[in-house]
Design a protein around this ligand. Structure first.
Ligand SMILES: Nc1ncnc2c1ncn2[C@@H]1O[C@H](COP(=O)(O)OP(=O)(O)OP(=O)(O)O)[C@@H](O)[C@H]1O
Ligand SMILES: [Mg+2]
Length: 149
């Protein structure tokens, strides 16, 4: 079976990592997460050396997919051209699915308050402003909108 690449999209606190863990179990996929990599590289999930983080995510994604493993790619991924740029690099034959965790900002802010790691509120507002809804034109085989319950 062809490996799958599943990208999470959503603002901080929307519930991406929660949903990503569920999907990984269903699909027998590994999760590649920007927060885990920040922690590995800098010892802290809150430090954003973004280029190094995203390069590491990409490198690991390519290794996994080439080896036949499916990947759930867990970062905010709110900007369309960045999503497309990564999709265009994936090995041929990989099934490409997008899961947009479309949570209202009020709820995301509440979720963010309710957990140990707090992202600054202005960062969440900025992400909500930047967010571009995923479209087929980016190269997805499937786009799912996960409505927060
Ligand atoms: N469906 C849900 N119902 C109730 N609580 C939820 C749900 N989904 C997520 N949460 C809670 O909301 C908080 C944020 O969720 P999560 O960490 O999955 O968000 P995230 O999108 O991964 O955020 P970030 O981009 O900052 O990593 C967590 O405390 C989580 O337990
Ligand atoms: Mg997360």
């Amino acid at each position: 079976m062809a490996p799958k690449f599943i990208m999470m999209v959503g603002i901080a606190g929307s519930g991406k990592s929660t949903k990503a863990a569920e999907i990984a179990v269903q699909e027998g996929a590994i999760v590649i997460s920007s927060d885990t990599i920040r922690k590995e590289l800098y010892g802290d999930e809150a430090i954003h050396g973004d280029n190094q983080v995203y390069q590491t995510m990409e490198d690991r994604t390519m290794i996994a997919l080439r080896g036949g493993a499916s990947v759930v790619y867990d970062a905010t991924n709110v900007v369309a051209w960045r999503r497309k740029e990564l999709l265009d690099k994936l090995p041929a034959g990989v099934e490409k699915g997008c899961v947009w965790v479309n949570t209202p900002i009020e709820r995301a802010l509440q979720n963010n308050e309710g957990r140990a790691r707090h992202v600054a509120e202005w960062v969440i507002y900025r992400q909500a402003t930047q967010l571009e809804a995923p479209t087929e034109g980016e190269g997805w085989d499937t786009i799912r909108i996960h409505t927060y319950k």
